[in-house]
Design a protein around this ligand. Structure first.
Ligand code: DCP
Ligand code: MG
Length: 397
């Protein structure tokens, strides 16, 4: 990837808008982001970024196959027992060929693939491998955002390694993980986080995909909307009903029309469809939500049964909120439901209070999306990080 100007980048604003906004804003990148979010055209204040996303291939399963080679070359999974309510944490690619996947009930996995071998997880081994990978990543940049044990973003825009070539850094990381840990990792290189993450998945397993700035526009246009961050099964179905399959379809929608249809997520959809994602790589991950959830021993058959569980969950949530770091402010309420078939949906409502009535309304709306017995209920709040000037941002939104 070579540095250059992003397609469609714009000059700094001038005139009345700048005069009104400038006194309220901090300089630099934040300025760009804030103005952009305020509706003024985007104005990248620096050269295009170089983001790498790395993601190990069938991570828990890869560690198990490495440590016991008898497991390799046959369908295997890591997870809970098929009796009771065990679920698959992950499985190797041989098992995936049978349709087995993460979060599937172990019993269902065995029905699809009777010869599947399911081993119990060994979290200590996974954490040790994760620490080794992290140590490798730190040789290239300090700007690392771990997402889970096997996944991280790196911002190598200012890295001096390999003459600043993000592609060669990604190749080197893959080589070193293979040599030192004896597992494979896929990597994506792109100008932002959302595309880097999609890219790391593009040539999985053991793949590298690079999306250069000039390639972004065509790549995103052809991208199925279901691949977009935040578009789950329910939203994908809703988009499909509107005739939106690919980002090129999404681009035909006015920004306001999307906001009307999807609330604040409509704004995000509008941006993603154009390959825009200004989120920085955060070294320290900020909490974005706080929630409590419970998986029930028996599925809850209807809405009334779900509503009956609300008071206990809300009480737990209040306890957690009481211990919340003062750097955060609790904002809108959210409800998550996982249905008996493991599909899930999350709903939140801007402007609603955190009272029982709000949660009950959200629960009813979430239940209506699935209309199936419920396996898990989560209740939570979205958080505003007061250190990020989130309160100021609200002025412009
Ligand atoms: N995991 C889990 N339950 C899930 C999803 C994942 O316990 N529902 C665990 C097991 C995975 C690990 O987290 O090995 C990493 O998750 P990924 O989504 O990256 O999946 P894998 O690394 O297993 O596979 P892939 O090759 O698709 O990245
Ligand atoms: Mg992975």
């Amino acid at each position: 990837m070579r540095p250059g100007r992003a397609p469609g980048s714009h000059q700094a604003p001038s005139g009345a808008a700048a005069r009104v906004l400038r006194p309220l804003l901090a300089p630099g990148v934040t300025l760009a982001v804030r103005l952009y979010r305020s509706g003024v055209r985007p104005l990248p204040s620096r050269a295009v970024r170089k983001i790498i996303h790395i993601d190990c291939d069938c991570f828990f399963a890869a560690i198990e196959m490495r440590d016991d080679p008898r497991l390799a070359g046959r369908p295997m999974a890591v997870g809970g027992a098929p009796d009771r309510r065990g679920v698959i944490a992950t499985c190797n690619y041989e098992a995936r060929a049978f349709g087995v996947h993460s979060a599937m009930a172990s019993r269902q996995a065995l029905a699809l693939c009777p010869q599947l071998l399911i081993v119990r997880p060994r979290f200590e081994a996974y954490k040790a491998a994760s620490r080794q990978i992290h140590a490798i990543l730190q040789d290239y940049t300090e700007l690392i955002e771990p997402l889970s044990l096997d996944e991280a973003y790196l911002d190598v825009s200012d890295s001096a390694h390999f003459s600043g070539s993000a592609t060669r850094i990604a190749q080197d990381i893959r080589r070193r993980v293979r040599e030192q840990l004896d597992i494979t990792v896929s990597a994506g290189v792109a100008p932002n986080k959302f595309l880097a993450k999609i890219a790391s998945d593009w040539h999985k397993p053991d793949g590298l995909c690079v999306i250069t700035p000039p390639e972004v526009d065509a790549f995103v246009a052809a991208l199925p909307v279901a691949r977009l961050h935040g578009v789950g099964k329910v939203t994908a179905e809703r988009l499909a009903r509107l005739g939106i399959q690919r980002c090129s379809d999404l681009r035909e929608w006015q920004r306001l029309a999307l906001v009307r249809e999807f609330g604040s997520f409509g704004e995000r959809l509008w941006q993603l469809a154009r390959g825009i994602d200004e989120r920085p790589v955060r070294v320290e991950r900020r909490r974005q939500t706080l929630s409590v959830e419970h998986t029930f021993d028996r599925d809850l058959p209807d809405l009334a049964a779900c509503v009956a569980e609300l008071p206990a969950l809300l009480e737990q949530l209040e306890h957690r909120l009481a211990r919340l770091d003062s750097a955060y402010r609790a904002d809108k309420p959210l409800v998550k439901l996982k249905f008996h078939d493991f599909t899930q949906t999350t709903l939140e409502q801007a402007g609603a209070g955190r009272d029982g009535g709000s949660y009950q309304r959200l629960l009813a709306a979430a239940f209506a999306r699935g209309g199936r017995p419920v396996r898990l209920i989560g209740v939570g709040v979205r958080l505003v990080d007061l250190r990020e000037g989130g309160e100021q941002l609200a002025l412009f939104e």
